[in-house]
Design a protein around this ligand. Structure first.
Ligand SMILES: Cc1cc2nc3c(=O)[nH]c(=O)nc-3n(C[C@H](O)[C@H](O)[C@H](O)COP(=O)(O)O)c2cc1C
Length: 189
């Protein structure tokens, strides 16, 4: 079975990315078609990129880089749960992407974004050229969540809707199709 990482794109104290990601994990695991797991950038304590060699050389020197590379390498595809910060993605997500190279290549990626009226879609648009240079393939179907605060209950849990669940179906179905198509590229790389 494919292993899909749901990457929590914020490390901010009080972040909402984690509750959105936990809801998504719940939706994903009900599908039973892949192994889904949360990947929390906060657990890897990545400073601003501090490797002396470019990631494309694959010569990682720091324990945090090796731990992050090992996790990303072990996964077949991803969903980035991204906030929108100033009409882009978060700095920590961009930094975590920049750390690695080969570990991302030829893997599919879907998106769950959240924000105000634009639902974090500008963050997704900002991510796409970054992912393209890493030979990643984005899904067309994504899950944009406008005014996401309206979905948080008193316990700060995210409450999905039928429309959001349907959007997840489209994104995960496409992720699975892309995984099948990209596998040979990963094997020969
Ligand atoms: C630095 C910063 C910039 C933000 N810029 C935007 C923005 O451009 N568009 C938007 O919809 N929300 C914006 N917001 C509000 C975020 O959608 C909201 O704070 C959200 O909770 C951030 O995700 P997080 O809690 O997972 O970090 C911004 C928040 C921060 C902290």
């Amino acid at each position: 079975m494919a292993r899909i990482g749901i990457i929590i794109g914020s490390t901010r104290p009080g972040r909402k990315a984690e509750v959105v990601a936990r809801w998504l994990l719940d939706v994903a695991r009900k599908r039973g078609d892949a192994e889904y797991e949360l990947v929390d950038i906060a657990e890897y304590n990545l400073p601003h990129l501090d490797e002396p060699m470019p990631p494309s050389m694959g010569q990682y020197s720091k324990p945090h880089t090796k731990a992050w590379a090992s996790k990303i390498d072990s996964l077949d595809g991803f969903v980035f749960v991204t906030p929108e910060y100033n009409h882009s993605t978060s700095g920590v997500l961009k930094n975590a992407i920049d750390y690695l190279y080969a570990e991302w290549q030829h893997k599919p990626v879907g998106f769950v974004s959240y924000g105000g009226v634009a639902a974090g879609t500008r963050a997704v648009q900002a991510l796409k050229p970054v992912l393209a240079i890493l030979s990643m393939t984005p899904t067309v179907a994504s899950v944009p969540i406008p005014f996401f605060g309206q979905h948080l209950d008193e316990q700060d849990r995210f409450q999905g809707t039928e429309a959001l669940n349907q959007a997840c179906v489209g994104m995960f179905d496409e992720l699975k199709r892309l995984d099948a198509v990209l596998r040979p590229a990963r094997t020969s790389a």
